[in-house]
Ligand binder design. Structure first.
Ligand code: GDP
Length: 536
């Protein structure tokens, strides 16, 4: 087997998704602990605690800083290289989360046993479903009184629109939580509370000794046995192909804070989650091809751009998901969009919470290029010798903003700095910037209100520009395309005052109401109004 193929096959790249407070941070930390990537429980947690102690926008600032260091974590477990991508917790940054989901091959969904599937999880599920991302489900907080396991499975099935396949089953719950039965290994891991242990010394009893378990756990064990029997009849057997094709989700139960049931999840990532697959590329002429992960030439896609925290350097980190080949340090690189060479000042990998210079990386890995510009969200980066018509990876979504504000400059002398600042923040995806066709003040579009505050604050601290944000009449936007040039011209001529170009120079139609959209669709049937723009 070639080195490339071998290296690719041992990669697992996944995102961890949940509604706030379901236990994502805790589980992340425990996964790192179990893989040996960190040694002290509490280090991920401690940073989160300090984040909560600050005021609202300071929190955003901190989050931004923290996420540079901790949003990607690589760990070795058994013979696999696991890349874990964190997703921002606040709903106003959901766009970032969606983009992170384009960079993974699977998702780990954490659900609070008392709350079931919560609103934010539901939205993330939608994105995973659109992309057919395989989902592993972890039902957390079994040490607390929660809902019945069967009822939870039912809800997950309904929300996901695919069957659940329990891989473990809980015995008791809350104060009476006795442990979990591993349905494949036919054994029960007995619950013992505690945050410091690694689970190596957990008591494990084979189901062959069911009498002993019945004696110890009484009714709870018998009920679990009954439920396991029920599930065995009703649920499909685990089928790897169905899981990878997002047709079923394996379900695990546990308690993150007690390091319980974590081992099973980590093993599932290695045993069940898929290695990187081939990715779609579109060429300038519209033709498509697939790039296999073990293909020779290095290629990757920028799924996140983040300003560095040091305000004295205007540099940025472009997070690149490697899609094929091998990245080697010092390699010549090209940005396909501009056909220009990319000369990063440094290239880093994210080993647990440290950043380290990267020697080599394979498909599935995430590497960070520090640059002074020249890179945008969605850019395809290849080896410098890749064909000029390599094309670009498709699928990075931009969502039509639902909130708009007009930018007013406090000091008109600063208009150049404002342009530059907005362009760069737009390239990062922190906000969407629209330039009205008829000129006039620039518009900012966001999906969440906090994005405006972040941009205002960053313009001030990073670009020394004071802005006022004023309300404006727009309530939505649609990107417009049309195959018929004459129909497009008529549309543009008649709607000049409501058209604008976004940061990628794509034409957008600004809406003043939902009625506006319906009316325009009727009036211009040949024009297509897109709620989502995919980077291409
Ligand atoms: P996040 O917002 O999803 O990252 O959630 P956290 O990991 O910060 O957890 C939220 C709260 O739930 C914290 O107070 C945790 O200590 C607590 N928690 C996490 N896992 C468990 C668990 O298994 N059992 C119990 N009882 N509490 C938990």
């Amino acid at each position: 087997m070639s080195d490339f193929l071998q290296e690719t096959r041992r990669r697992r790249t996944f995102a961890i998704i949940s509604h706030p407070d379901a236990g994502k941070t805790t589980l992340t930390e425990k996964l790192l602990l179990f893989s040996g990537a960190i040694h002290i429980a509490g280090s991920v947690k401690a940073r989160k605690a300090s984040r909560h102690a600050t005021s609202d926008w300071m929190e955003i600032e901190k989050q931004r800083g923290i996420s540079v260091a901790s949003s990607v974590m690589q760990m070795l477990y058994r013979d696999c290289v696991i890349n874990l991508l964190d997703t921002p917790g606040h709903k106003d940054f959901s766009e970032d989360t969606y983009r992170v989901l384009t960079a993974v091959d699977a998702a780990l969904m954490v659900i609070d046993a008392a709350n079931g599937v919560e609103p934010q999880t539901r939205r993330l599920i939608e994105v995973c479903r659109q992309r057919d991302t395989p989902i592993i489900t972890f039902i957390n907080k079994m040490d607390r009184e929660g809902r019945e396991p069967l009822e939870l499975l039912d809800e997950v099935e309904r929300e996901l629109g695919m069957p659940c396949v329990p891989m473990t089953w809980p015995v008791g719950q809350g104060k009476a939580f006795g442990g979990i039965v591993d349905l494949r290994k036919q054994q029960m891991r007995l619950f013992a509370p505690g945050e410091a242990k690694r689970g190596d010394d957990d008591e494990i009893v084979p189901l062959a000794q069911a009498e002993q378990l019945r004696a110890r756990f009484g009714h709870d064990f018998e009920q679990a046995e009954g439920n396991i029997e029920l599930v065995r009849e009703a649920a499909p057997a685990f089928d790897e192909e169905a899981f990878v094709g997002a047709q079923q989700t394996p379900v695990f139960f546990g308690s993150g804070v007690n390091n319980f049931g974590v081992q099973e999840v980590l093993d599932a990532l290695v045993d069940l989650a898929p290695p990187p697959a081939a990715r779609h590329v579109t060429r300038a002429d519209g033709s498509e091809h697939e790039v296999p992960p073990h293909g020779e030439g290095f290629s990757g896609v920028v799924f996140k751009v983040q300003a560095n925290m040091d305000p004295s350097h205007r540099d940025r980190i472009a997070f690149v998901r490697v899609n094929s080949g091998r990245y080697e340090s010092g390699m010549k690189l090209r940005v396909q969009r501009t056909a220009k060479e990319l000369r990063p000042t440094s290239v880093v990998t994210f080993l647990s919470q440290r950043r380290e210079a990267v020697e080599e990386a394979y498909a599935g890995d995430i590497i960070g290029f520090t640059t002074h510009g020249g890179v945008q969200l969605g850019d395809t980066i290849t080896h410098g010798d890749a064909p000029a018509d390599f094309g670009t990876f498709t699928g990075l979504p931009f969502f039509a903003p639902e909130l708009f504000q007009t930018v007013e400059l406090a000091n008109p002398m600063k208009s150049k700095q404002l342009q530059q600042g907005l362009m760069q923040l737009g390239e990062e995806g922190a906000i969407q910037v629209f330039r009205p066709n008829t000129g006039g003040a620039m518009l900012l579009g966001a999906v969440g209100q906090l994005q405006f505050e972040v941009v205002q604050h960053r313009l001030k601290t990073e670009y020394a520009v004071d802005i006022r944000l004023m309300p404006c009449r727009f309530t939505g936007a649609r990107w417009v395309t049309c195959d018929d040039a004459a129909a497009m011209k008529k549309f543009v001529d008649e709607n000049e005052g409501k058209l604008a170009l976004d940061a990628a120079d794509t034409l957008a139609y600004l809406l003043t109401s939902a009625y506006d959209l319906r009316l325009s669709q009727e009036r211009y049937p040949k024009v297509v109004f897109h709620p989502l723009r995919e980077h291409a």
